[in-house]
Design a protein around this ligand. Structure first.
Ligand code: NAD
Length: 279
């Protein structure tokens, strides 16, 4: 299967499908990511907060895959928002990953009620990391439309992506639209709602009709909408299943039927970025 690539607003390209390692235990990460690379994934999404960058790096080092065939993302942890801590923790991430650059570095959470409400100096420090090529692209995660507007207005630097919670039960349409208006691609986290959407009757009917699984139909829905996804699994057979979503399409009616499952804020799994404040 060939995974399509999307072009970011800085000209770099990103594979639209990757593999996420949230909640993969550190001591199982190298083996898990090795299985994902064997299944064909070439885009890995980790974070300082996940505590498993080292395992991601070990899998990459052991894979024999050329660095330029891989796309690696990591994210700034919440205690590291001050500019000096951005630079220090970024260096530590590269060391943990055993890499001389990452393809994408994100602010994990805006934390608008922390750091005196200043996520702009954090963004400025993150943006400067592209200067010497150690971060090829930079972006944000969990930014609401007003957060996005503020960093762009105050620094003039566009984030390449905004990684936000999106799945059929939580379409997060305002945040997606705020990105789309500015050329910021949406990365949809928890694309299958951590498994909660898989027993949905509408998705089940479409899956049965197309001879696909509910996970494949849900992941394909994101692809049709143009978002970037990186489902997580620790089971090689599910990694393979989640990778096999490029040999079919969904009709506009099926895309609309799944989009109509959106329950608004009630459908959220994760915290609300406007008030999330854990540092
Ligand atoms: P997900 O929607 O990818 O669901 C993962 C869970 O679904 C797995 O633990 C497994 O139990 C189940 N699953 C996976 N494939 C399946 C299949 N084919 N059949 C049945 N069950 C299956 O949830 P996620 O891990 O929360 O999100 C994906 C990635 O998004 C993360 O690993 C991480 O990289 C990223 N993420 C980012 C943030 C953020 O704040 N930026 C937050 C959460 C997740």
């Amino acid at each position: 299967m060939t995974v399509p690539s999307l072009t970011l607003n800085d000209g770099n390209s990103i594979p639209q499908l990757g593999f996420g390692v949230f909640q993969v235990p550190p001591n199982e990460t190298a083996a898990t990511v090795t299985s994902a690379l064997e299944a064909g994934y070439r885009h890995i999404d980790t974070a300082q907060m996940y505590g498993n960058e080292k395992g991601v790096g070990e899998a990459i080092a052991g894979s024999g895959i050329a660095r330029d065939e891989l796309f690696v993302t990591t994210k700034l942890n919440n205690p590291h928002h001050r500019p000096d801590d951005v630079r220090r923790s970024f260096d530590e991430s590269l060391t943990s990953l055993g890499l001389d650059h990452v393809d994408l570095f994100l602010i994990h959470w805006p934390l608008p009620t922390q750091y005196d409400g200043d996520f702009v100096s954090t963004w400025q420090a993150v943006a400067e990391l592209t200067g010497d090529g150690r971060a090829k692209s930079v972006g944000v995660s969990n930014f609401e439309p007003d957060h996005l507007e503020r960093i762009i207005t105050e620094t003039g630097v566009l984030p390449a992506v905004n990684q936000i919670e999106v799945h059929p039960l939580f379409g997060n349409e305002e945040a997606r639209a705020a990105g789309a208006e500015r050329g910021v691609l949406t990365e949809a986290w928890s694309p299958i709602g951590q498994g909660t959407v898989l027993d949905n009757a509408v998705i089940g009917e479409i899956a049965a009709r197309l001879g696909k699984t509910p996970a494949q139909v849900t992941l394909r829905w994101h692809i049709e909408r143009g978002d970037i996804i990186f489902p997580k699994s620790m089971h090689p057979e599910r990694m393979k299943e989640n990778f096999e979503i490029f040999d079919f399409t969904l009709s506009p009616d099926d895309v609309a039927a799944i989009s109509a499952l959106d329950k608004g804020a009630e459908g959220r799994i994760g915290p609300d970025p406007k008030v999330f404040d854990r540092v």
